[in-house]
Design a protein around this ligand. Structure first.
Ligand SMILES: [Zn+2]
Ligand SMILES: [Zn+2]
Length: 138
């Protein structure tokens, strides 16, 4: 099953095959700022399941809590669409909100719950933190 994802202006397009290896919510301050929202929806796919169809991205690189990160955002409209994190080897992170036609399934982890906005209530099944073992097994 393939899904198309795109930025706000449509100049950047990606395609993924199958379901994410990791599919979660993150409440860290970096995800809040990246999305301009209350949390980030971060889905991680094995790199061979990911294809960049139309690339107009610029990149932002920084050294974060999980090592070096390279974030790709549309060079025209600025939407963050995918990224690479050093410790998530072999995986590409994708902004969950870019799949508007065929949304991703219910997330199955909730990272940085201690930083979650007090007014958010996720389904009980999502209230599982991401562990290092989840990343290794992804
Ligand atoms: Zn765009
Ligand atoms: Zn985060």
């Amino acid at each position: 099953m393939k899904k198309l994802g795109s930025c706000c202006c449509g100049e950047t397009e990606i395609e993924i095959t199958g379901e994410p290896a990791l599919n979660g919510i993150c409440n860290c301050n970096n995800c809040k700022k990246r999305t301009g929202s209350a949390f980030g929806m971060s889905a991680y796919f094995h790199q061979d399941k990911f294809q960049l169809l139309k690339n107009t991205t610029n990149t932002y690189e920084f050294e974060g809590e999980h090592g070096k990160q390279v974030r790709h955002f549309c060079g025209k409209c600025g939407t963050t669409i995918f990224w690479y994190v050093e410790i998530f080897k072999g995986l590409v992170g994708v902004a969950g909100g870019c799949f508007t036609d065929k949304p991703l399934p219910l997330p199955n982890f909730n990272a940085m719950m201690e930083n979650q906005c007090s007014w958010i209530k996720f389904p009980e099944s999502m209230n599982k933190p991401l562990t290092a073992q989840d990343v290794v097994n992804a």
